[in-house]
Every structure is written in structure tokens, then in C-alpha cells.
Design a protein around this ligand. Structure first.
Ligand SMILES: Cc1cc2nc3c(=O)[nH]c(=O)nc-3n(C[C@H](O)[C@H](O)[C@H](O)COP(=O)(O)OP(=O)(O)OC[C@H]3O[C@@H](n4cnc5c(N)ncnc54)[C@H](O)[C@@H]3O)c2cc1C
Length: 424
């Protein structure tokens, strides 16, 4: 049995853990990161960096260093009905510069940049094939952890243990923090295809139990996000690529040429979706970040961004803990107090979007389309939605009056104001 010592032990080198390790390294804090995977992730996954995530990467000195050949900035997102009719367009260029765009990267590009930067830091040790097995406690406080590192069992004494190990967190379990883990009945088939003609604007189709997103990526590539029932990926594959393409063509006939460039299931992957709610994210000597604390439905397009913001918020608090030798839940809770309002709001918003966007109920679908059309006309409400998705708001985008107005149940004065000012 090997015994080691560090200031901070992080379990998981995913979206949150990797950013935390780099942010701590830049403060010269000794950190060990334990990741159960054999190396950096290689699989297909969609990566949209929202403005708040861009801000975090910029702060870490990485945003400007992302390889240009692997990134694509996107300003306009068109929300459309299945069949093609445009309902609303959201334009990121309305946001304050310099983060007034969405950045779409090829799979894992930002994550690899973070992991590479960690490898250059002497105060951080990133260990792959290292799975968390348990916590060390003294007088009820967490004082370290045990890890299975290859064939070896390693004991690590740490001042703070951070659970950044995703929605099914073993650290959370070991801390005996109860979790309400909800698995949504739908997940996403994601695909990356080469468009014959590059697209520059994103499209998002909503319809009866249907969602299809099309996001431009580097070069001629296009990401497709298609909602399917959890557990149905194999069935979709059995039905064949042509059947899948027909479903997509029915949603957006204008993009048939793009859909036809899907030729191999290797261009696809399935991503399940879940939500985690926990009564607390902290304990004496331990803390949860990212999906371990608060996984959310990907409708909000913010799960990874929130993990990154957690990481930098915690990284800003930990120097004070080290300076005062205080790793109690009371001081660590300051991080949770800062972060919880935005996370809770986004979880609720994403769940509302699940209800409205995926609906098979014609009345709810009618209201949904009406809300999209109001947003298209009403710059104030549209900006609220945009800045929320961009990760720039902590409060819900709509109050009660806004909701009634958006649904067409109260007059939309923006239309009258525009008419008075002679704006069509
Ligand atoms: C379809 C889909 C689309 C999404 N789109 C977006 C989007 O557009 N924007 C966005 O911001 N977010 C998006 N997300 C969410 C995002 O992927 C997650 O919220 C984010 O990855 C959470 O980061 P994390 O570090 O908390 O967890 P993870 O990234 O899951 O990382 C956890 C890490 O811990 C490791 N680990 C687990 N158990 C152990 C153990 N016992 N020992 C050691 N290591 C362990 C895992 O191997 C993994 O590397 C999407 C999710 C889905 C499903």
C-alpha cells in the first residue's frame, strides 16, 4: 500500500475536474487528479462553448490557443418547426463582446487543450487508470481518499477531496450525500457529418416528440443532435442509416444533401441524459462539483459550462482555506452559495424546455410555437433567453408577466412600440 500526500485530491478529469486542476496549478496549489479512464477521451461528443465557458477558458489562457482548424464560431441559431418553418432566430452578436458568439469545436478539442496544459504544470499530477475506491476520515472529517491505481491500492492524504466524477458520483455516495438522480426517457443520438456545402448558421427543429439540432463545426463539418428514446440506439441502428436519414429529411427537407453524408455508424454516438439534485454539495474536507452535484438536461446547453464555472469558483476559494487551515463545510459552503442559484435556475429551465419542446400535446405545442414567435418579435425577452443560455444570467429569463406575454395571454407592447416608432 502506497501512501501519498497532497493539498487537493480531485476525482475525475472531466469537464469540471480538469478545469479545477488547471486553475489550481496556476495558483501553485499541489493537486493530484485521479481519472479512471486510460487516457484523454477520444469518443464523439458535441462541444458547444457558451460565452461563460469561453470566459473561463480565456481566464485560463486557453481560449486564444484553441486550434483554429478545429473550431467554428456561430452567431445565429434558428428555431424552426419540423418541416422547415422558422419560428425564431437568436443572434449571439447581440451579447456584449468579446464573448458574443457560440464556439463549436470538434470532439474533445477544448478538453484536450486543458489536459495538455495540466501536463505542463509541475504542481499537478494527472493520473489515468486511477479509480476512486473510498474516503479516509478522522473525527468525522474527510482527510483523504483511497484509489486503485492500475494494480496498486494507493492511500492519499488530502486537505480537500473534490468529487468531480460525474452524475453517478462514487464520491457523493461515499459522502452519503443523498441524490435525486432522474434519468430522462430520452437521450441524444449525435452525429458528425461532412456537408457538401458548409453551413454557417445553426438550426434547431422542434415538433411532436422530435428535436433535431444542426450546428456548423470546423471545415465543412456539421454536428447533428437527434433526440431518441433511451435504450433505442441499437434499434435505430438495426433499422439502418437510410431509415434514419428519411426521418431527418422529413424534419428538414432542405438539408437532405447534408443528411446523406452520414455513411457509417462510427460517425454517431448515443448520449444518455440525467439530472442530479442534492441537498448539499459540501462536507467537512470534501466538495462536489459539476454533474456530481447537479447534472442537468442538455437542453440548457450549460452542463459542462456550469462544471467549469464551479471549478474556477472553488479554485478562488481554496487558497483562503489553505491559508487559514480551514476545510470545514462552513467555509466550503461559500462556493455552493455562489453557485447554487444559477444551477437551480438552469435545471428548472431545462426541464421546462423538455416539457414544451418535446411535447406531443397539441395545446402545449401551440403555446410553444407562440412563445417562439413572440421571442422573435420581442428583443427584450429574446435577449433574456439568449443571455440565460449564454450562462450570463442567474435569474430566470421570465417573470410571470413575461410568461403570460410570451404565451400571447397578455398584449405584447413591443409590437405596439415598434409600430409607434415606425419599425416593421
Ligand atoms: C447529449 C448531451 C449534450 C450535451 N451538450 C452540452 C452542451 O452543449 N454544453 C454543455 O455545457 N454541456 C453539455 N452537456 C453536459 C456535459 O457533457 C456535462 O455536464 C459535463 O461533462 C459535466 O462535467 P463533469 O466534469 O461534472 O463530469 P464528466 O465530464 O462526466 O466527468 C467525470 C469524470 O470522472 C471520471 N470518473 C467517474 N468515476 C470515477 C471514479 N470512480 N474514479 C475516477 N474517475 C472517475 C469519468 O471517467 C469522467 O472523466 C451535454 C450532455 C449530453 C448528455
Amino acid at each position: 500500500m502506497v501512501t501519498e500526500e497532497t493539498d487537493i485530491a480531485v476525482v475525475g478529469a472531466g469537464g469540471g475536474g480538469a478545469v479545477l486542476a488547471l486553475a489550481l496549478a496556476q495558483k501553485g496549489i499541489n493537486t493530484i487528479v485521479f481519472e479512471q479512464a486510460p487516457g484523454p477521451p477520444q469518443g464523439l461528443r458535441g462541444e458547444i462553448l457558451q460565452p461563460n465557458g469561453q470566459h473561463v477558458l480565456d481566464r485560463l489562457g486557453l481560449l486564444g490557443r484553441l486550434p483554429v482548424e478545429s473550431t467554428r464560431t456561430v452567431q445565429k441559431f434558428h428555431f424552426c418547426r419540423v418541416g422547415g418553418e422558422r419560428l425564431c432566430t437568436v443572434d449571439y452578436s447581440e451579447l456584449p463582446p468579446p464573448y458574443n458568439q457560440a464556439v463549436v469545436t470538434l470532439p474533445n478539442v477544448a478538453h484536450h487543450a486543458i489536459l495538455n496544459a495540466i501536463e505542463d504544470e509541475s504542481s499537478v499530477s494527472l493520473r489515468y487508470r486511477s479509480a476512486f475506491t473510498g474516503l479516509l476520515r478522522e473525527n468525522g472529517r474527510v482527510v483523504g481518499l483511497t484509489v486503485k491505481q492500475g494494480e496498486d491500492s494507493v492511500t492519499v492524504k488530502a486537505k480537500v477531496v473534490v468529487g468531480a466524477d460525474g452524475a453517478f458520483s462514487k464520491v457523493r455516495e461515499a459522502l452519503q450525500i443523498p441524490a435525486d438522480l432522474h434519468l430522462y426517457p430520452q437521450g441524444y443520438l449525435i452525429a458528425i457529418v461532412d456537408a457538401a456545402v458548409p453551413i454557417s448558421e445553426a438550426k434547431y427543429f422542434v415538433g411532436k416528440r422530435t428535436i433535431l439540432g444542426m450546428f456548423p463545426a470546423a471545415g465543412n463539418k456539421v454536428y447533428l443532435f437527434y433526440m431518441i428514446k433511451s435504450g433505442s440506439y441499437d434499434r435505430v441502428k438495426e433499422q439502418g442509416i437510410a431509415a434514419l436519414q428519411e426521418s431527418w429529411v422529413a424534419i428538414d427537407p432542405a438539408s437532405e444533401a447534408i443528411f446523406r453524408t452520414l455513411t457509417d455508424w462510427k460517425q454517431t454516438a448515443f448520449m444518455p441524459t440525467g439530472r442530479v439534485r442534492t441537498p448539499t454539495w459540501v462536507a467537512d474536507g470534501a466538495v462536489l462539483i459539476g454533474d456530481a452535484a447537479h447534472a442537468m438536461n442538455p437542453h440548457a446547453s450549460q452542463g459542462r459550462m456550469q462544471a467549469m464555472v464551479d471549478a474556477v469558483t472553488l479554485a478562488d476559494l481554496l487558497p483562503e482555506c489553505l491559508a487559514t487551515n480551514d476545510y470545514s463545510a462552513v467555509i466550503l459552503k461559500r462556493y455552493e452559495d455562489v453557485r447554487r442559484p444559477q444551477v437551480t435556475m438552469l435545471q428548472q429551465l431545462a426541464d421546462e424546455q423538455v416539457l414544451f419542446w418535446n411535447t406531443a400535446n397539441p395545446i402545449i405545442a401551440f403555446l410553444r410555437d407562440r412563445v417562439f414567435r413572440t421571442l422573435d418579435r420581442n428583443a427584450r425577452l429574446r435577449y433574456r433567453v439568449l443571455s440565460t443560455t449564454a450562462g450570463l444570467r442567474k435569474e430566470p429569463p421570465f417573470g410571470l408577466m413575461d410568461r403570460l406575454m410570451a404565451a400571447g395571454l397578455l398584449p405584447d407592447y413591443s409590437i405596439r412600440d415598434r409600430a409607434v416608432r415606425g419599425i416593421p
